[in-house]
Ligand binder design. Structure first.
Ligand code: NI
Length: 381
């Protein structure tokens, strides 16, 4: 079996599925229609199905080894601004990250694998997961047994930063770990004309925000990477009233767990020190959303070998500070998160992920399907 030839045969079908999903986007944990369409096809092709809410775990084949392939199915609360025949039919919702393409490519792989399952020496597990966008759907799937008996796992994300048709492969840390923080600086309110009778939290917050910038510039080793972004600041309502408190929120990003811990510790120390210096107090909560996505070196090398063998164009993927809940699978099972370039200047497909004009170069989706089939085929030899 040649995965690329097989994928070429169903190229139009993959595009048609993608357009259908694109027209009817569903937000996290609401993927009812999408998962129904996926399940109907998988049943028809002979997969054994286990439902985990709107998620699907689908197995085919028997043998000692199991490889898992994962696609995410959720869309975003974005109003689409593309003028295309397959434009989102749902106001305020859009597949602006390409998860419609992921679902369609893995469906294509499912079809090809089912037609050739006698040539696979083991079991293929497909994971169609809900809620990648801030819902940690991966964790729900893992709780539902998605990784039981799995020896290796691969995921594929369409990627606007890579030229169309190139498969991006990266060793080690690929996407960042992410956390959300909420902070309050609590002073003492009063009349705007009498600051000496208050503990004004506004200049204290200003000082704290500037001091937080020193975590990246002065605390994280220059050879490492980390981000602290204060993205929201709220205080006061009137021109002549000094408020009681200032609320701030933002995000932190890191590639190594120890850097994440360093950021968290320094945030606490800075807020503690700055507020104490001015007689104010603070509250800080940091919620870790997703760990870093770290590709297994051997699995990345395996993916490279597979791409080479089947003549699939591939190259290095640059690490990004974006986060991805595929990280949870990779914490438990060796594997790699790969990308498929979809950037095509001639077609005007240049807008970043999550943009209202985001689109994918459909003409290369079959390459993603081919790569998925090839990974499974070679792993189960
Ligand atoms: Ni995404």
């Amino acid at each position: 079996m040649n995965p690329l030839e097989e994928a070429l045969k169903i190229r139009d079908e993959i595009i048609a599925w993608r357009r259908d999903f694109h027209m009817y986007p569903e937000l996290k944990y609401e993927e009812e229609r999408t998962s129904k369409v996926v399940e109907e096809h998988l049943r028809e092709w002979g997969y054994r199905i286990k439902r985990v809410g709107t998620g699907i775990i689908a197995d085919i084949g028997e043998g000692e080894k199991t490889i898992a392939l994962r696609a995410d199915m959720d869309a975003l609360p974005v109003q689409e601004e593309n003028d295309v025949p397959y434009k989102s039919r749902v106001p305020g919702k859009m597949h602006a990250c390409g998860h419609d393409a992921h679902t369609a490519m893995l469906l294509g792989a499912a079809k090809i694998i089912s037609e050739h399952i006698d040539e696979f020496n083991g079991r293929v597990r497909l994971i169609f997961q809900p809620a990648e966008e801030g819902g940690n759907g991966a964790l729900k799937m893992i709780e539902g047994g998605a990784l039981e008996g799995v020896d290796a796992i691969f995921g594929l994300h369409v990627w606007i930063d890579l030229p169309s048709g190139v498969i991006g492969i990266k060793d080690g840390p690929f996407m960042a770990g992410a956390g959300i923080f909420n902070a309050r600086i609590i002073g003492k309110g009063g009349h705007g004309a009498s600051p000496h009778q208050t503990v004004d939290p506004v200049p204290i917050a200003a000082e704290a925000i500037l001091a937080l910038q020193t975590i990246a510039s002065r605390n994280i080793p220059p050879t490492e990477t980390g981000v602290v972004s204060v993205t929201a600041v709220h205080a006061g309502t009137a021109f002549n009233v000094i408020p009681e408190e200032v609320e701030m929120k933002g995000t932190i990003r890191f590639f190594k767990q120890e850097i994440g811990e360093l950021i968290e510790r320094r945030m606490g120390e800075i807020l503690e020190g700055v507020t104490r210096a001015h007689g104010a107090s603070y509250e800080l909560s940091i919620e870790e959303l997703v760990p870093p996505t770290v590709n297994d070196r051997d699995m990345a090398a395996f993916a490279r070998k597979v791409a080479e063998k089947y003549g699939l164009r591939h190259g290095d993927a640059e690490p990004t500070m974006g986060a991805e809940d595929f990280a949870f699978y990779l914490q438990r099972v060796p594997g790699a998160f790969l990308t498929l370039g979809i950037r095509n200047e001639e077609k005007g497909i240049v807008y970043p992920h999550h943009h209202p004009k985001f689109d994918v170069d459909e003409d290369v989706l079959h390459l993603g399907t081919a790569m998925e089939v090839a990974l499974a085929f070679e792993f189960l030899r």
